[in-house]
Design a binder for this molecule. Structure first.
Ligand code: GLC
Ligand code: CA
Length: 588
């Protein structure tokens, strides 16, 4: 079936989706129902009341498909089966029904840049050059004059996201296959129309089961920047010993829009759906195209600019650098202005690939509660769809990893092997980087209650539980009206009732200030509602001097991250904010 492209032919989005907040569940770490130490689908079902109390409208579920778990489910060996450690298809249907009963929509994770090496397609593909599935993946000859399988013979010099070359030698066919991530995650060949047809079919399989949409994993890498002769360009050297990261070359390829539009037409179009594309290196101009209200293939994209501000320009995420607050404000502001009226932002500070926001951008010691609330208030005041990653609503923190052996994440472990074991980086420096940046910081089990297993499991958890679970847990948070949880609840509810949050345009204030962040949201017209957000990103009291045109004395506090009566917080052209204090204020 082919449907005309353009306005009218696309999928419809659920009513009011722009007022919803999304909650991300990492199933392995959310709730374990059978004591094997691994979170599962019945575990999630047993905790839906928590999500309902929080008020979220949508859940993004990280992968639950059949997988050998080289990358915790982001390596899928059967797109139509549930991994037995998570449960069964019947458990999945029960979970989906439980969400729908509570008015919560479900976005599945769609990981189709690559499969697992255990997927039947790849098993076939790697067996012989004339196998019908061979062309489902990307194969190339060794570099001219080189012997395949020997160092330096790889078809180009790109480095994989999880270290090493993007090329792995396959004995049976005497060729290399391409993998942007681990060798156990071979990239699919999207140039092959059969691959695209299979992807659309598996999307329809889940849509027919009732899911409400997809979060599309690294979806802007599916179209590779092939040269006319079928080769890929080499990455330039940016500094002796350092190549330009392959992702900066491989994203936003020439056929990406076409491939996305095909999914929209052939998979999404008949359904009411919500989609978000994960897009490393995406630019605001590209995001406008992909998310334009009438013709865009997606509802929104995850951009990464603000995730790259606290590392050095060379050396990747592990080369730590303190965040310079004006960089964050300018980056977020650029995206706010670029997509206003032209596309739609997604808003996030954390997910399963990022450390805990309160440890990264706040103060996870003395001011943990206040700074976790401040980060929420900074983010949730912006235009776009806010994403809350499990445990963020409790102000969960990074774990002080005793050693890299305690981590399981393959990215962390591969990086350590290369940086420390092969290149001689000081292990103390490397451990500090792991504590600050490892993905496992986000993957420690969800803290439901005090006591052994933290309400996550009755068995031995697959990853350590943070020792602070006796204080930081959902039971304690729900019982305390001044908790991070109740502040998130308030912000999520306001997004449904306050139209300026959804529609208002964004105006930056105090842009160069290194410790204060402030902005104005305003709906059109002189009499439009104005929402003013101000955050003290420091552990000291600060005096704010507002520009005259703002007429600050006319504002009234709507939300505060300090305990007590919000109305008592006075507004004036000059005012003092407590350490990590944040306020939302209104004027109409
Ligand atoms: C995405 C996922 C990440 C995964 C990678 C490869 O970035 O969020 O967890 O490792 O893709 O699938
Ligand atoms: Ca389990």
């Amino acid at each position: 079936m082919s449907v005309e492209q353009g306005a009218g032919a696309g999928p419809r989005s659920p009513a009011g989706w722009r007022q919803d907040t999304v909650y991300q569940i990492y199933p392995r770490s959310f709730c374990d129902s059978n004591g094997d130490g691994i979170g599962d689908l019945p575990g999630i079902l047993s905790r839906l009341d928590h999500l309902q109390a929080l008020g979220v409208g949508v859940v993004w579920l990280s992968p639950v498909y059949q997988s050998p778990n080289d990358d915790n489910g982001y390596d899928i060996s059967d797109y139509r089966a549930i991994h037995p450690e998570f449960g069964t298809l019947a458990d999945f249907d029960a979970l989906l029904a439980g969400m729908h009963q509570r008015g919560i929509k479900l976005m599945m994770d769609l990981v189709v840049n690559h499969t697992s090496d255990e997927h039947a397609w790849f098993q076939q593909a790697r067996s012989a050059r004339d196998n019908p599935f061979h062309d489902f993946y990307i194969w190339r000859e060794p570099r001219a004059g080189q012997v395949g399988g020997q160092p330096g013979a790889e078809p180009n010099n790109w480095e994989a996201a999880f270290n090493g070359s993007v090329w792995t030698w396959n004995e049976a066919t005497q060729e290399y296959y391409l993998h942007m991530f681990s060798p156990r995650q071979p990239d699919l060949n999207w140039e092959n129309p059969q691959v695209r047809a299979e992807v659309c079919a598996l999307m329809r399989f889940w849509l027919d089961r009732g899911v409400d949409g997809f979060r599309m994993d690294v979806i802007n890498v599916i179209s590779k920047p092939w040269n006319a002769d079928g080769s890929l360009p080499d990455a330039p050297v940016v500094k002796p010993g350092f190549l330009q990261p392959a992702f900066t070359l491989a994203t936003g390829g020439p056929r990406l829009t076409e491939f996305l539009q095909q999914m929209r037409r052939e998979a999404l179009a008949p359904y009411e759906t919500l989609t978000v594309g994960e897009m490393p290196c995406v630019t605001p101009a590209q995001a406008q195209t992909y998310t334009a209200a009438d013709s865009g293939a997606l509802n929104m994209v995850f951009q990464f600019e603000h995730m790259d501000l606290d590392c050095q320009p060379v050396g990747g995420k592990w080369a730590l650098k303190p965040l310079h607050l004006p960089d964050l404000k300018r980056s977020m502001g650029r995206w706010q202005q670029a997509l206003h009226g032209r596309g739609w932002n997604s808003l996030y500070l954390g997910n399963h690939d990022q450390p805990r926001p309160v440890s990264r951008f706040g103060d996870d010691g003395l001011h943990r509660v206040r700074s976790a609330k401040l980060l929420a208030m900074y983010l949730h005041g912006l235009q776009g769809t806010p994403y809350v990653y499990q445990g963020e609503e409790l102000g969960m923190t990074n774990l002080p990893w005793p050693s890299v052996e305690a981590c399981q994440d393959l990215e962390t472990r591969n990086w350590w092997r290369v940086a420390v074991d092969e290149q001689g980086l000081d292990p103390a420096v490397a451990l500090a980087a792991v504590r600050a940046k490892s993905r496992d910081n986000a993957r420690t089990p969800m803290q439901w209650s005090a006591g052994p297993g933290a309400g996550f499991t009755t068995g031995t958890p697959w990853l350590p539980i943070n020792a602070n679970a006796d204080r930081i847990n959902a039971d304690a948070a729900r019982a305390d009206p001044d908790s991070v949880f109740h502040l998130y609840r308030q912000l999520i509810a306001l997004r449904r009732s306050l139209t300026v949050l959804v529609d208002g345009h964004y105006q930056p204030l105090l842009e160069d200030d290194t410790r204060l962040a402030a902005y104005l949201r305003q709906t059109d017209g002189e009499s439009g509602t104005r929402l003013l957000v101000v955050c003290n990103f420091s552990g000291e009291p600060l005096t704010v001097r507002w520009p005259d045109h703002l007429d600050a004395a006319g504002y009234q506090t709507l939300v505060s991250n300090l305990p007590g009566d919000v109305a008592a917080a006075p507004w004036a052209s000059e005012m003092t904010l407590q350490p990590w204090e944040a306020r939302w204020a209104l004027r109409s």
